[in-house]
Design a protein around this ligand. Structure first.
Ligand code: SF4
Length: 352
């Protein structure tokens, strides 16, 4: 086995090379991924982001996995665009609980002209709180990307979802090229790119390889790569999809780590389905970012505490923000939460 110690990203990955990585024995693949991870990151740090839905449901797109599409009856309660003040108050809570990045998501095909003053005000307000900002609003024109950049947006999330070959099975209302064009506008505007996909939608291993090749071979690799596991929501066309072998999910994380050595590989959707052993394996395979989810914003939050308890057991620290330095507070708040999680454990056990 040749072990890669890659420290520099390369943009010329071929399908054969990536298939060969997926074909490695599990232990060889994880060893290689961990080696690349250690050469590029502190292996015991994980970045923590909080996600807030600023506009929920009624999306005109037809993504087959998504409960927010207006084409599927999933019982989801629709909500209009949240008021700026409400978003800022949620961001304040997130900061107090130690999040270093605040992500805001709207279920839109793309933002309308009339929405832009509100979303840019949100970006400015969240930045002023000393948090990194991230948004996901659907497709962006180059002008919209520039407006968001001028407001100070740090990251924009826009996923490629799957391989170009499998994409038509999942979404028909926008093309793969539409997505690549938005990523280009984001990058050109100077905003950092967050882009990844979903596994477990019935795709083949070569589709997973195809997705990772698209991401890794972008002119600049995304700074953040979310690898989601399909959440099967009743009412969506993928509700009855067969379960994914958990080791195939871990393999995808490991291959993403090897191909995009400098990117944060993020665990996000589907985490509720993963037990702590699987979380630990994912961190070992090179995942070094998680979404806490909105529930962090309400207390008590057992899910967040479970993450913190696992961090403590694994000796993992939340990554500090690298932008300004009132951040020591934030990291301390998270570490405080790790301690608190330990103390709260009895409470949760006792009430289970
Ligand atoms: S565009 Fe986003 S919100 Fe709309 S259906 Fe697709 S994934 Fe869901």
């Amino acid at each position: 086995m040749t072990v890669s110690h890659a420290t520099e990203p390369r943009q010329n990955w071929t399908p054969e090379e990536v298939q060969a990585l997926f074909d490695l024995p599990f232990n060889d693949l994880l060893f290689q991924a961990q080696t690349v991870h250690r050469a590029n990151f502190d292996p015991n740090e994980v970045q923590v982001s909080t996600l807030l839905s600023i506009k929920t449901g009624a999306c005109p797109e037809d993504c087959k996995y998504c409960p927010q599409s207006n084409r599927y009856d999933t019982g989801l309660e629709k909500e209009k665009l949240m008021e700026v003040e409400k978003v800022l108050s949620e961001a304040r809570d997130a900061k107090a609980q130690g999040a270093s990045r605040f992500c805001m998501g709207a279920a839109w095909r793309s933002p309308k002209k009339r929405d832009m003053p509100y979303v840019t005000a949100m970006v400015k307000g969240v930045k002023e709180l000393g948090l990194e900002t991230c948004m996901t609003l659907g497709m962006l024109s180059d002008e919209q990307a520039k407006e968001l950049a001028d407001a100070g947006l740090d990251y924009y999330n826009h996923n490629l979802d799957t391989s170009p070959e499998y994409y038509g099975e999942i979404i028909t209302t926008r093309t793969y090229q539409d997505r690549l064009t938005t990523l280009g506008h984001v990058r050109d505007a100077g905003i950092k790119v967050c882009s990844g996909g979903i596994v477990g939608m019935g795709e083949t291993v070569s589709d997973r390889a195809g997705l990772l090749i698209q991401l890794a071979n972008l002119p600049v690799q995304p700074e953040s790569v979310p690898i989601n596991m399909l959440v099967k929501v009743e009412g969506t066309p993928l509700a009855e999809q067969a379960d994914l072998d958990p080791f195939d999910f871990i393999r995808t994380i490991a291959v993403a780590r090897i191909m995009m050595p400098k990117s944060h590989v993020r665990l996000s959707a589907g985490r509720e389905e993963m037990n702590e052993q699987m979380h630990a394996l994912a961190y070992f395979a090179g995942a070094n970012s998680i979404f806490y989810g909105e529930k962090l914003l309400t207390t008590p939050n057992p899910e967040a505490n479970e993450d913190m308890m696992l961090f403590k057991r694994l000796g993992i620290r939340p990554e500090e923000r690298h932008v300004e330095q009132d951040d020591a507070d934030q990291s301390e708040a998270l570490l405080g939460q790790v301690e608190k999680a330990q103390n709260d454990k009895f409470f949760y056990d006792a009430t289970a």
